[in-house]
Design a protein around this ligand. Structure first.
Ligand code: MN
Length: 205
C-alpha cells in the first residue's frame, strides 16, 4: 500500500536493457532495484523511527538520526534525478546541449568541450563514493559544477540540480570493474540533454 508520507521507488522512464551497452541490463537492474531501493527503505526506516519516538515521547540521538536521514534522502533524490537525465544512446541520449542551455554552458565554461572536461574530471576525482552535478546560482546567474561526496556532502543549499552522474562503484562495477573513467566516457552517450535543458529552464528562474 502506498503511503504518501513515505518514499517509494519510482519506475524508470525506460526498460532495464535500454541503456546498454553503456549500462547493461544487469547493472541497471541491480542499481535500481537494490541500491536505489535501499535508500528508499533507509529513509523510510528513519521516518518510522521518528514517528514512533514522537508517539511514545521517547528520546532519539538526533545527531545520528538526522545524519542517517540526510544520507538516505540524498541518495533517494539523486538517483531520481540520475535516471531522468539518462536516455538510450541515439534515442534521446547523447549529442550536445542546445538552445539556452548551450549558450549558458559556453558563457560560463568558454566551450562545451571545456565543460565536458571539467565535469569528467569532477566525476573522476570523487574520492570513493560520490557524484558530479551541474547546478546553478540564481544570484550570479552562473552554472556551477559540484562534486558531491556520498549523497549529501558538498551540496549547496537551494541550488537547483540539472544533471548528475553517479560514480559510486555500485553504478558501474559489473560493466567496467574498476575503470571509472570508461564509465564516465560512456555516460556522455546517454545524457538526456532535453531533460537537462528543461530543468535549466525551470531552475534558473
Ligand atoms: Mn547509485
Amino acid at each position: 500500500m502506498e503511503d504518501s508520507r513515505f518514499y517509494s521507488l519510482p519506475k524508470l522512464p525506460y526498460d532495464y536493457a535500454a541503456l546498454a551497452p553503456q549500462i547493461s541490463e544487469e547493472q541497471l537492474k541491480l542499481h535500481h532495484q537494490k541500491h536505489h531501493q535501499a535508500y528508499v527503505n533507509g529513509a523510510n526506516a528513519v521516518f518510522e523511527k521518528l514517528d514512533k519516538a514522537r508517539k511514545e515521547n521517547t528520546d532519539l540521538d538526533m545527531k545520528a538520526t538526522l545524519k542517517e536521514l540526510s544520507f538516505h534522502i540524498g541518495g533517494f533524490k539523486l538517483h531520481n534525478l540520475f535516471w531522468e537525465n539518462l536516455a538510450p544512446a541515439g534515442k534521446g541520449g547523447g549529442g550536445i546541449p542546445k538552445g539556452e542551455l548551450a549558450k549558458a554552458i559556453t558563457s560560463e565554461f568558454s566551450t562545451y568541450d571545456r565543460f565536458k572536461k571539467e565535469f569528467t574530471q569532477t566525476a573522476a576525482g570523487a574520492e570513493g563514493s560520490g557524484w558530479a552535478a551541474l547546478t546553478y546560482c540564481r544570484k550570479t546567474h552562473r552554472l556551477l559544477i559540484i562534486q558531491i561526496e556520498k549523497h549529501n556532502v558538498n551540496v549547496v543549499p537551494g541550488y537547483p540540480i540539472f544533471m548528475v552522474l553517479d560514480v559510486w562503484e555500485h553504478a558501474y562495477y559489473l560493466d567496467y570493474k574498476n575503470d571509472r573513467a570508461k564509465f564516465i566516457e560512456a555516460f556522455w552517450n546517454i545524457v538526456n540533454w532535453d531533460t537537462v535543458a528543461k530543468r535549466f529552464d525551470i531552475g534558473r528562474k
